[in-house]
Design a protein around this ligand. Structure first.
Ligand SMILES: [Zn+2]
Ligand SMILES: [Zn+2]
Ligand SMILES: [Zn+2]
Length: 94
């Protein structure tokens, strides 16, 4: 008989234990969180709750980092140019 304990609150986890997809820690139901992006279950150490949207969504560390980097990037590169083709046509010559 292997009694598994939650890696967060160290209470005994009944059967149907949940394993964190990131650190393989066993967690109880209270301390597990499903990532809204990759749909994996993580412990509270490896996940974060994002309150920035309309609803609270659970995100794992890597997905929240991706989201943060993505929004940063889009904001940064919004006015990024690159429109010119490099050396316009020089036809107007008198
Ligand atoms: Zn727990
Ligand atoms: Zn974890
Ligand atoms: Zn994720």
């Amino acid at each position: 008989m292997c009694d598994e304990r939650c890696g967060v609150c160290s209470s005994l986890v009944a059967d149907g234990s949940i394993e964190c997809a990131h650190c393989d820690k066993i967690v109880c139901e209270v301390h597990s969180l499903m990532c809204d992006v990759c749909q994996d279950v993580y412990c509270t150490f490896c996940s974060t709750i994002d309150y920035s949207g309309r609803f609270e969504v659970g995100l794992c560390i890597s997905c929240s980092e991706d989201a943060r980097r993505g929004s940063d990037y889009s904001r940064d590169g919004f006015d990024g140019g690159g429109g010119g083709g490099g050396g316009g046509p020089d036809g107007m010559e008198m």
